[in-house]
Structures are given as C-alpha cells and as structure tokens.
Design a protein around this ligand. Structure first.
Ligand SMILES: C[S@@+](CC[C@H](N)C(=O)[O-])C[C@H]1O[C@@H](n2cnc3c(N)ncnc32)[C@H](O)[C@@H]1O
Length: 207
C-alpha cells in the first residue's frame, strides 16, 4: 500500500469516498459505461480491488468485495442493502484470489490495475480468468494514461498525482490483457469526470 504523505489519508474509507465524489461530481458518463459492462449480472460476482464503496451496478446474487485494505472491505460489506443482492467482503490480493477455479460467475476489477506493477497485474488477470466459470464474464475498467499533454493537461496532472503509479495507455493495457489471458476482449474508451480523465473498459466471456 502507498505510504506517501499525499496518499496516506486516502487509506481512510471516508476520505477516499469524499475524493471520489468530488472528482465525479456532475458527470454521468460512467453510468452508461457501467451499464454496458455490468448489465444483467447475476450469481457470485467478485469486485476485485473493491475499495470501501460499492460503485458498479449491483448483480442479482452475491457481490463480494476483495481488497488488501481491511477497513475498505469491512465498509464495503456493510454497504447499502438490496433485496436481490447480498454484499460480502474478503481481504486478499488480486494476485492470489482465495476462490476455487471456475467458481464465480463474474469478476469485475475497476481502477485497480494501475496500482499494480506489470508482474502483479498479469497475475491478477490470470487469477480472474482462473476463478471465473466457463461462460462467465470478466470486466476490467481502467483509468488510462493520456498519450500527449494536449489530450488534457488537467487529466495528465491528476494522473501524475494518482496513488496508482502504474498507469498504462489504452494500447498497453489492451496488449497486456490479450497476451496474458489469450482471450478476446471487447473494448470501449471514453473520457469521464470533470477533469476529462481517460478511461477504458474491457469485457470478455470465458470460453
Ligand atoms: C482506485 S481504488 C479503486 C476502488 C474501487 N474499485 C472503485 O472503483 O472505487 C484501488 C483499490 O485497489 C486496492 N488494491 C491495491 N492493490 C491491491 C491488490 N494487490 N489486491 C487487491 N486490491 C488492491 C486498493 O486498496 C484500492 O481499494
């Protein structure tokens, strides 16, 4: 976990939540992106690197937040209740998921890989492919490195200040996903939030 003076306050679920809300204020771009990626989910769904707040659409079934930060996991599991979805939390690393092979219906991993160096990111992708059942879905959502300053100076500045120090361009991430999983991914790229950050979402179904 990051230990810099700038990032340490974000380990607190409340401060993390506040920063997320300030960044996302007034922008609904992600509603559409999320509904295309996570629509009609059901069964056992892992939210890997969940953070403290459940942000993506709820599946019908069980949504399990998996994170290395115990305070985040506890808050996540106690999030808003829904009749159709039970929330749970597990403290674990994305690179070593404590779930059996082919055992879950969906893995979603939102804004996490840019916190992980290449070897750990590859291990996390491999773990998602391993634990997802055949016919199950994997959704990777990532903040992306803009390729030039003119593509958004503010977005670039926020990338430089981000806790995750392994931001990748969309092309780099697409190549890593393909190489590591050997699966085909449907890709969507977009700009989001008022600083016009760069994002991408990749979706695949395990054959
Ligand atoms: C930017 S936050 C994203 C949280 C959440 N997915 C969201 O979209 O709001 C990155 C999260 O990844 C978690 N994380 C970092 N390294 C991890 C690892 N090796 N395994 C699992 N989670 C990790 C952090 O604790 C943090 O909650």
């Amino acid at each position: 976990m990051s230990g810099s003076w700038l990032h340490r306050p974000l380990e607190s679920p409340r401060i993390y939540d506040l920063v997320q809300r300030l960044l996302g204020a007034g922008d609904r771009t992600l509603d559409g992106v999320y509904s295309r990626g996570f629509g009609d989910s059901s069964g056992i769904v892992l939210d890997i690197g969940s953070g403290p707040i459940q942000e993506t659409p709820l599946p019908r079934g069980t949504l399990i937040g998996v994170d290395v930060n115990q305070a985040y996991v506890e808050q996540y599991a106690n999030g808003p209740k829904s009749a159709d979805c039970r929330l749970q939390g597990v403290v674990a690393s994305a690179a070593s998921l404590p779930f059996a092979t082919d055992s879950v219906d969906e893995c979603r991993c939102v804004a996490v890989l840019h916190h992980l160096p290449d070897a750990l990111s590859r291990a996390a992708i491999g773990e998602m492919v391993r634990v997802t059942r055949r016919g199950g879905r994997i959704v990777i959502w990532e903040m992306l490195q803009p390729t030039s300053w003119s593509a958004g100076p503010l977005a670039r500045l926020l990338c430089a200040l981000d806790r995750g120090q392994h931001l990748r361009t969309g092309d780099e991430l697409a190549e890593m996903l393909l190489e590591t999983s050997k699966l085909e991914w449907q890709e969507e790229r977009f700009r989001y939030a008022w600083p016009r950050l760069h994002g991408g979402q990749w979706v695949t179904v395990k054959p």
